[in-house]
Design a protein around this ligand. Sequence first.
Ligand SMILES: O=c1ccn([C@@H]2O[C@H](COP(=O)(O)O)[C@@H](O)[C@H]2O)c(=O)[nH]1
Length: 239
Amino acid sequence: MGPLIISLDVATRKDLFQLLDQFDANETLTVKIGMEMFYGEGPQIVRDLLKKGHHIFLDLKLHDIPNTVENGMRQIGRLGVTYTTVHALGGAQMIAQAKRGLINGAQDAGVAPARLLAVTELTSITAQGLRNEQNCRLPMAEQVVSLTQLAKQAGADGVITSPLEVPALREQVGSDFLYVTPGIRPSGASKDDQARTATPSEAAHNGSNALVIGRPIIQAADPVSAYHQYLKEWQNAER
Ligand SMILES: O=c1ccn([C@@H]2O[C@H](COP(=O)(O)O)[C@@H](O)[C@H]2O)c(=O)[nH]1
């Protein structure tokens, strides 16, 4: 069973440490740094979190021509994060070069290479949006399977997808690949801007390898107890 990754979607370093300092200092967490924090605070925030012993998922979702992505990934690879992301829609060549950039960056810095995760269809995309806005003729699960096969063949280590597609992915793409799932909402909670959601225990039952949870933890009245409640549900779920 993989980690429950806390998505630290806050604007400033001060907000971030106000949140993290509520956790026991001995508790090693896996935390996700996204665009909001990285664009505001830069790579130093990643280095500071690594110094505190946390594992980092740097979620910048690169999507550009292959050469640009490879060079960006070389910089990310030097940081020593555990996971990072590209959009699968960038294509096989882009994904393969992203992987090469990560490996070369890790070698430059003498750190372990990050695992490369390809975003399939964002968990905010509905079946209607896929059809009417992306003009995609495949049903959601087939489109996600197709992008996952592409990502796997191109050398990614896993995908980001909704927990709803994981059973089809395990069956059609295999279990030797990471299925990391945001779009997690406790039963009865607001979906916010997420469309394809599941609870932590449903995600576990469907075969997710790791959960990503943001607002239900960071906006809770007590983020530490919310984290432990979802962690318990994730760890104790029937698989
Ligand atoms: O398809 C995707 C890809 C990435 N995300 C990211 O996960 C978190 C989810 O936050 P919540 O507050 O739990 O909704 C957020 O940082 C997204 O950028 C995603 O939700 N879906």
